[in-house]
Ligand binder design. Structure first.
Ligand code: TNX
Length: 525
């Protein structure tokens, strides 16, 4: 009798303890093994030393020297940490190595890690982030965010404790170009949406945002020498909504915002096909001299510039001159895809001439792999989307490839048959499929040294707002980011899906409307 009572008491006590343990919010978990952290993309090497560093109200952020750029990076880190911790971090320039706190420095790292590489050494007293360039520090900061409790991403003050496991992370990317394309022409998205998009992709160490600025359905960038492009060509979108465009001032604001996150903007003006919005804005761009009607449907392949008219080339030069002046990054994207209404004998000299125009404006060409039927310039880049023969032809001419295979990297493809948004002409792409591919073995004959990197692409015929963008992009983009960053032998779906599952609470904290794939064992908290 007494025995059962004691036992009952013990069981009850145990249950209470278990309930309490369970109630510790997962946002504030305590860890002491750095190598068990769920970082995406997975770093090259992590060693753990078993203790932890604690972020406190008194923690200082030090930067080495007086550089304005490092101050900005320090400020960026302080701003990310402030809302959830409630701590007002100071960013302090220093010449000496501090004894405690957070230290961002450009010395003491191995240059072979490249400009995006970084090393993070965490001891009980100090978190030291070093890199050979500011860009590396910025990438390393994303890792720091990901090894803090997920609650660090919440907008309001949380309890903490803000602990980070001690150890060392050494990291650098496998491919130098890791991009995302956002089509702002089929549906238009304003500056605030683009900035949020930039913030979200920077968390996964993406370094290029390719904006599809023109298409049949809309022209989205102000061109001062041809003002009707934006005014008329930008006045609608798929479905007949009001569309929109970026003024040059707004566009420069986007470029600067991206630059502060070490992301280049790759502007695309698609040509000679996919040009109805321009053809509707200026009659003289049509061979018959008649302006086209604006178009709000989703067909492709029906429009073409007049490739035999000098006006067309003067126009293209004006557009690229203005765009080059707004673009600190090295590339101008000329599209070149699906020009089904341009005769091949017109298409080839057109692409050759446009490459010269881009070069004359000091930039390097990227074009969809279709452009490889022409004579590519030595530094032109072909973006592979569907035609393997075209990709091989580009490589045979010595061009580098950006891999965006539609069956893997098209973020507008539906996850499965039940997905309401998106299309499925290339494939249904579940989260595992978007992750399980290797750019260097995808196409026989195209090797790693031929490849500049990877890019996910979100076409927006069916995508009308930020929530829908987030649903299609997350969580496939983190997988594509890892395909570009983490060497293939270190990647494995069964291990990745557990890290992704843990990232779920970070996505939630960032208020991302992501697709909760059944293939991922999301942590249910
Ligand atoms: C093909 S991919 C296109 C786009 C469409 C997309 C829809 C490519 C270079 N062209 O114009 O938006 O399919 O998935």
């Amino acid at each position: 009798m007494l025995h059962t009572k004691k036992l009952n008491f013990a069981v009850t006590a145990l249950i209470i303890i278990l309930i309490q343990v369970n109630q510790i919010p997962s946002f504030a978990k305590t860890v002491s093994d750095l190598s068990k952290e769920s970082i995406i993309p997975k770093p090259v090497s992590i060693t753990s030393t078993g203790g932890y560093f604690k972020l406190k109200a008194s923690t200082e952020i030090y930067i080495q020297g007086e550089s304005e750029e490092l101050k900005l990076i320090g400020r960026y880190l302080a701003d990310r940490l402030k809302p959830a911790t409630g701590f007002n971090f100071d960013v302090k320039p220093t010449v000496k190595v501090p004894k405690s706190g957070i230290f961002l420095t450009l010395t003491g790292t191995d240059l072979k890690q490249g400009k995006e590489g970084y090393e993070l050494i965490i001891t009980k007293k100090m978190l030291k982030l070093s890199a050979s360039s500011p860009e590396g520090l910025f990438r390393g900061i994303q890792t720091i965010r990901q090894i803090l409790p997920a609650g660090i991403e919440l907008k309001t003050k949380q309890e903490g404790p803000w602990q980070i496991a001690t150890g060392t992370i050494t990291d650098f990317p496998d491919y130098s170009y890791r991009g995302v394309m956002l089509d702002v022409s089929r549906h238009f998205f304003g500056v605030a949406d683009i900035k949020r998009f930039i913030d979200l992709i920077s968390y996964y160490k993406i370094n290029a945002l390719h904006l599809g600025l023109s298409n049949d359905q809309g022209w989205r960038i102000e061109i001062k020498s041809w003002p009707n492009l934006a005014i008329h060509g930008g006045s609608t979108q798929v479905g007949g909504g009001k569309g929109g465009y970026y003024t040059q001032e707004q566009y420069s604001d986007i470029v600067k915002y991206a630059q502060e996150r070490y992301i280049i903007i790759v502007p695309e003006i698609d040509m000679p096909g996919h040009t109805n919005a321009a053809l509707a804005s200026y009659a003289e761009l049509n061979c018959d001299g008649k302006a086209r009607e604006l178009y709000t449907g989703t067909r492709v392949g029906f429009s073409t510039f007049c490739t035999t008219s000098e006006v067309t080339y003067r126009f293209i030069n004006d557009v690229f001159r203005e765009l080059a002046a707004l673009t600190p990054g090295p590339y101008l994207h000329i599209g070149g895809d699906e020009s089904n209404s341009t005769k091949k004998e017109d298409y080839i000299p057109f692409i050759n001439r446009v490459q010269d125009i881009v070069a004359a404006n000091g930039k390097q060409v990227i074009g969809w792999d279709d452009i490889s039927v022409s004579a590519l310039k030595p530094n032109s880049v072909a973006q592979h989307w569907s035609n393997v023969k075209n990709a091989n032809a580009a490589v045979a001419q010595g061009a580098k490839i950006i891999m965006s295979p539609a069956k893997k990297a098209y973020l507008d493809m539906q996850y499965d048959k039940t997905t309401k948004l998106g299309l499925h002409w290339a494939a249904y792409i579940e989260v595992d499929s978007a992750y399980m591919w290797n750019p260097a073995t995808l196409i026989p004959g195209i090797k790693k040294e031929n490849i500049l990197g990877v890019e996910g692409a979100l076409w927006t015929e069916t995508i009308t707002n930020m929530d829908e963008i987030e649903y299609m992009v997350f969580p496939r983009l983190p997988g594509i980011a890892e395909v570009g960053w983490t060497p293939s032998p270190a990647r494995n779906w069964n291990e990745y899906k557990l890290r992704l599952a843990k990232q779920g609470e970070r996505l939630k904290a960032m208020e991302i409307d992501y697709y909760q794939s059944k293939l991922v064992p999301w942590n249910k908290n």
